[in-house]
Design a protein around this ligand. Sequence first.
Ligand code: FES
Length: 140
Amino acid sequence: MKQEVLDIIKYYIDSVDSFDYNNIIVEMLKEIQKIDGYINDKVVEYISKNMNLKISLIEGIIKRNKNLKDKLCKTIILCTGARCMKRGSYEMLKLIEKDYTHFKVETKNCFRDCGKGPNLSIDEKIYNGINSDNIKKILE
Ligand code: FES
């Protein structure tokens, strides 16, 4: 576990007895997620042991909070070049940000495959002609 993560947990340990412990844990997990990209099982176990909290309680907080992730998210690179935007890229961006929060979304100006857009890339594989019908199959 990174020293930065340990430092964050140490900082919050004294705060967990306060009335609003749920929000305090959420804030702590958000800070940890900024470093690791997600909340891994070792972090959950460490918090559980050192803050005397049940693992299921911490896992429940992660599941209920849309901004917290318990898996390392893949990165989607969505083309927001002019031609893809004309074909619905912006709508796909909004859809991904709303329904697929376990992905990290980045944008790129052009994949140089404009005729087949809107385009996105995951793990260096390019998907053409994405729309609200086929995106579910691509991302799930
Ligand atoms: S504008 Fe999207 S591939 Fe060129």
